[in-house]
Design a protein around this ligand. Structure first.
Ligand code: IMP
Ligand code: MG
Length: 193
């Protein structure tokens, strides 16, 4: 797996520092509120698990599953709820925990759905942000770990074709990894003809 990585953008230590900083800030800001952290599966699970342990005030967590990405690297724009929240959101201060904000389409759609359930407030915490890629212009990170350049990154929960989520750092894949997959796709489709 390590051999597929071309460059490391954020080491495990750097991510740890970022997460602790965010946890501290959120703990201060939400100390008199009813913090409910909601994350969208699966990319955010590792960030969620680390962030909640960096938060020192009482909080609840819940998860949603939506489909927005296929197995490629571009957002399809199609968002469908596959698993909904279990908890009534009325009066809770929602913090949407995202792994990476790209086009923002997924989160924009999810936020609209959650708004109709009357939470007291909704904010967004993203570990990584690619602002140049934004298409949903109403989506801004209230808490941001770091900016990343416009490249497809993997690790720390983020996948390419469902793999590399278990890398403890964030990096970019070697171009040949994508080419291998493209070639396989072409071979598969021509063998069906
Ligand atoms: P958006 O709707 O375009 O903002 O898509 C956001 C989701 O796409 C993230 O929560 C990730 O699951 C996935 N995604 C976006 N950029 C990357 C990336 O660079 N690597 C891996 N997954 C990504
Ligand atoms: Mg993904």
């Amino acid at each position: 797996m390590e051999h597929d990585i071309q460059e490391v953008y954020f080491s495990a230590e750097q991510i740890d520092e970022i997460v602790k900083r965010l946890g501290k800030q959120i703990s201060e800001d939400y100390k008199d509120k009813n913090l409910m952290m909601v994350s969208i599966l699966k990319g955010s699970v590792i960030f969620m698990a680390d962030l909640m342990r960096a938060i020192t005030i009482p909080c609840q967590i819940d998860f949603m599953a939506v489909s927005s990405y296929g197995s490629g690297t571009e957002s399809s724009g199609v968002v469908r709820i596959l698993k909904d929240l279990d908890v009534n959101l009325e009066g809770l201060d929602l913090l949407l925990v995202e792994d990476i904000l790209d086009s923002g389409k997924t989160l924009s759609h999810v936020r609209e759905i959650l708004r109709t359930r009357h939470p007291a407030s909704i904010r967004i915490c993203t570990l990584f942000d690619k602002p140049d890629r934004r298409e949903a212009m109403d989506i801004h990170a209230d808490y941001r770990g770091a900016f990343v350049p416009d490249a497809f990154v993997v690790g720390y929960g983020l996948d390419y074709d469902e793999k590399y989520r278990n890398l403890p750092y964030i990096g970019v894949l070697k171009p040949e990894i994508y080419e291998k997959k493209k070639k396989k796709k072409n071979d598969d489709s021509s063998s069906k003809e």
